[in-house]
Structure formats: C-alpha cells, structure tokens
Design a protein around this ligand. Structure first.
Ligand SMILES: Nc1nc2c(ncn2[C@@H]2O[C@H](COP(=O)(O)OP(=O)(O)OP(=O)(O)O)[C@@H](O)[C@H]2O)c(=O)[nH]1
Ligand SMILES: [Mg+2]
Length: 441
C-alpha cells in the first residue's frame, strides 16, 4: 500500500513559527510598532519559515525577568501545546535582553529568537564575499559580547537583591570572563582582517575619486528597490552591463556594488548600491557593516530609495534619514526616490519638493526622469561654458562630463552650451568661448 511520499513531506516541512508581538499600552509610536511587526513577518518569510500563529499582547509594564507577565506566558504556552510541534520556534517582535530570552526559553520549552537573531541568520545566508562573511561574524560576536555584559549586570542585580553569592555564581562568573576574553580575541582578529580588506578597498576608492566621475549612492530601506534601480540604469548604460542581484526578500544586498553608469545625453557617474536597513537596526549590526557604508561616505549625491507601495513608507523614510545622520552624511545632496508607483493607489505626498521623484523601476521613462534629476544635482555647481568643439574631438568625450543645454552643428565644429565638470575645464580650454558668462579670447 502506498502512503505519502517521505521526500515530499520532507521538502514541505518548513520550520513553523509562533510570533509574540508585545507592545506597551501607552506606546505613542504605534506606527513604528506596526512597522516592526511588518518587518519581523518579512524576516520570517525571508528565512523560509512559516508563520503558524501570531499573538499580540498589549502590556501595562515590562516584566524584568520575562518581559511578558505570567498570564500572557501561560496563554502562549497553552497555544504552543495545542500546535504540538517540537521544532516550533518562538519569535519576538521586540528586543528582549539575553537573560529575558533565556528565561522565556526555559518557561516555554521552545527556542526563542528575537529580531536581531533573525537578521543575523539572514545576513549569514546572504553573505557571499569574504568581507560580508567577516562582517556577519563580527556582528554575531559583537552582539554576543553585549549579551555577556548584560549577563554580568544580571549577576550584579542578583547579588544586590540579596539572592546571595554562591559557589555556582563564582564558576559562572569565571566562565563569562573566559567567554568574553575568547570572543574579544576573535573580534580583534576579524577587525584586523577587515582593516586589511578595507585598506585594499581604500586604494581602489582613491583611484576612483582621483578619477573625475561624480559618485552617487543608493541608500534606504531593505527591499525598496535599490538594486533594481541600479540594474535599470545599467540596462541603459553603454558599456557596463554586469547586473546585481534583485529579490523580493530582506537584505538581499550585503556587499556594496560599484558600477560606472554611462548613458548617452547625460553626465557619467559612479553608482554605488549599499546594504539596506530596517527600523532600529541594532547598533552592533550597524557598526559591523559600517565599512560597507563607508563607500557611500564619499558620495557627491545620495538617493534614498523608498517603497511607496508599503503602508510604512513614511516611517521607512524617517529610518533612512536617521541612518544618514548617524553616518554624518546629512550635508550631502539627497534625492528622495519614491519607487514602485505601479503598485501605489493612494495620493502622492502633497508637500513633495524639487528633489522628490516618483518612479517605477520597470518604467524606462521614469528612469530617464530620474537621470535628469541626478544630472541636475551633479552639475548644480558646475561652471556654465560655451565652446566650439572641433569635429576631430569625439563629442561623447565632452558629453560624459557635462550637462549639455544646447548643441548645434556648425561648419568648423559643434557649438555647445553646457555645464561642465570643473576638473575638465582645462582639458577643453583651447575650445572655450565663454566661462560663466565671461568671454574667453
Ligand atoms: N512593483 C514593483 N516592484 C519593484 C519595483 N522595483 C523593485 N521591485 C521589486 O522589489 C523587490 C526588491 O527589489 P531589490 O532591488 O532587490 O531591493 P533592494 O532595495 O536592493 O533590497 P535589499 O538589497 O534587500 O536592501 C524585488 O522583488 C523587485 O522586483 C517597482 O518599481 N515596482
Ligand atoms: Mg539590493
């Protein structure tokens, strides 16, 4: 007699998740809480887990030992028992301390995972380059170290609350000190390796900066469409066609990619695709990936890509701006690129400014509109020149460094009015007719 195929049941056997969403009764940041919940669900999906049950709890206060009170925990325990899956994981939408997670694990008898751990697991899954792998390791270790500090504090609290100093505590304390030393050694070793990679990259970057192309960086929330936008620009670009990975998952990009965008009729620029962010990305993770963002620190222009089809695009915009401030690059010119308008059915924000643009990466006309905006930003402070370019100088050699306003074929060359990259003015000096309105004899 045939029963169900074991292979099939194996492949369909996804890890099931019970999600606890706890928030404070007086929480006045309701939308941020919803964004976190939404993010956690996407993190679960990205990991390929299946959401079996979700239970929201509105709390009056946070319990020191277990975050939730006993009543709530008993409800969770009952519901978990009903599901009856030994491999079920309990996921938290909130950031619990290491000891709270330990106590919850003991109480519920299931693995308990918080957001940070989900993010780190995704990072591990997506890290491809040596640098990304080291950064993920570093993130894990930094996070573990911070939990050990927390454990130390817990011990201190135990003693001060009169629960006594026991022999076990002495052993535990020694173990923590040992763990901390080992982890710190590993961390220093990883940091050394990263510094090495970074110094190689520094050299490459300096070479790029010495080259006269402006640098534009794509930043913003994960899954907003940064890499898709890079690919859309690459599609129009003359030479470089090497696409980057796009997926409907969180943290697809874990390495910065750099490409030269050379499109006819527009000044060429170097485009950098960066690692996406989520709301309140823990500081240890941000720090571990800091060197990745450092690429963007030398940009001439930032493009904050936003997913306008998300209910939370305004919160995502605030999160991205917070990150831009943390990286101390808020002085750089910034375009807000509201993406995925093909999936947006509301009203566009009324207070949109001249550096706000609404696009779909699937629409070529939109990409050209964005290119015009990028070009206007890049060339904003370029000098205005007029010149007569002889026919033996290829036009594209001029065009790739300028925003051309007028180009007329004349008998002895092309008459051009344009904003020209100041670093190139001396190259075309002998053909200049005027510079910033002053005639050149
Ligand atoms: N409907 C729609 N989907 C889009 C658009 N642009 C990108 N997407 C989709 O959005 C998802 C995420 O795109 P990515 O380009 O990987 O996003 P990202 O910002 O690079 O994400 P991370 O690398 O994770 O930070 C993919 O499924 C894309 O196909 C768009 O204009 N409209
Ligand atoms: Mg990406």
């Amino acid at each position: 007699m045939l029963t169900s195929s074991p292979v099939r049941s194996f492949t369909m056997n996804k890890t099931k998740v019970y999600l606890i969403d706890a928030y404070l009764d007086n929480d006045n940041t309701q939308s941020l809480h919803e964004l976190r919940l939404n993010d956690t669900m996407s993190l679960i999906r990205t990991l390929g887990y299946e959401l079996e049950e979700y239970h929201p709890f509105r709390l009056n206060k946070i319990e020191n030992a277990t975050y939730l009170n006993k009543g709530a925990l008993d409800i969770v325990k009952d519901e978990i028992d009903v599901i009856g899956d030994d491999n079920l994981k309990v996921v938290l939408t909130f950031d619990a301390s290491a000891s709270q997670i330990k106590n919850l694990t003991n109480y519920l008898g299931r693995e308990v995972i918080d957001r940070v751990e989900l993010i780190v697991s995704i990072f591990s899954m997506h890290a491809k380059s040596k640098e990304a792998k080291i950064q993920v390791e570093l993130a894990k270790i930094s996070y573990r170290l911070s939990s050990l500090v927390q454990s130390d504090l817990d011990y201190e609290q135990d003693t001060s609350s009169g629960r006594g100093y026991t022999a076990t505590r002495g052993v535990g304390e020694k173990q923590i000190a040992l763990d901390r030393r080992l982890l710190a050694q590993k961390r220093d070793n990883l940091l050394r390796q990263l510094r090495q990679i970074k110094s190689n990259r520094e050299a490459r970057r300096r070479k790029r900066i010495d080259s006269i192309y402006p640098i534009v960086s794509l930043v913003g929330y994960t899954n907003a469409g940064k890499s898709s936008l890079m690919n859309a620009l690459l599609k129009l670009s003359k030479k470089e066609k090497k696409n980057v990975t796009v997926e409907n998952k969180l943290f697809t990009t874990l390495d910065t990619s750099t490409r030269l965008i050379e499109i006819k009729g527009f000044p060429s620029f170097i485009l950098i695709d960066t690692v996406g962010i989520v709301e309140s990305l823990p500081i240890e993770l941000v720090k571990a990936f800091r060197s990745t963002y450092e690429e963007a620190l030398n940009s001439h222009l930032l493009i904050n890509v936003l997913d306008i089809s998300s209910h939370f695009y305004e919160e995502q915009k605030i999160s991205a701006e917070k990150m831009i401030k943390e990286l101390h690059i808020e002085h750089l010119p910034l375009i807000h690129c509201y993406n995925k308008i093909d999936q947006f059915y509301g009203n566009f924000p009324l207070d949109s400014g001249e550096n706000d643009i609404f696009i779909s990466t699937f629409n070529e006309e939109d990409i050209f509109a964005l290119l015009r905006l990028i070009s206007a930003n890049i060339t904003k402070d370029y000098p205005f020149v007029s010149l007569l370019l002889p026919y033996h100088i290829p036009y594209y050699k001029f065009e790739r460094f300028a925003e051309v306003k007028k180009a007329i074929m004349r008998e002895n060359g092309i008459y051009i009015e344009a904003k020209l990259n100041p670093a190139l003015v001396h190259v075309f000096k002998s053909y200049l007719l005027s510079l910033d309105g002053h005639d050149i004899n």
